[in-house]
Design a protein. Structure first.
Length: 65
């Protein structure tokens, strides 16, 4: 018997990820044994040389952190 819970999390923010574990622990009394991350962004579709640094930082923060 499996139990599933979907929670929206900003994967680029460690506090948001920590909050996920608190929500699951509060809801089920145990920390999650498996967490699936299906986040990713592409940015604005420009050449890297034309991409503002803030946009590039957002892509790295979400996709690689």
């Amino acid at each position: 018997h499996s139990v599933h819970l979907a929670v929206q999390v900003d994967v680029g923010c460690s506090q948001s990820v920590k909050a996920l574990f608190k929500v699951v622990t509060r809801e089920y009394g145990v920390s999650p044994s498996i967490v699936v991350n299906c986040a990713g962004i592409l940015g604005a579709g420009r050449y890297l040389t034309d991409t503002p640094e803030d946009d590039f930082d957002d892509v790295v923060r979400v996709n690689l952190k």
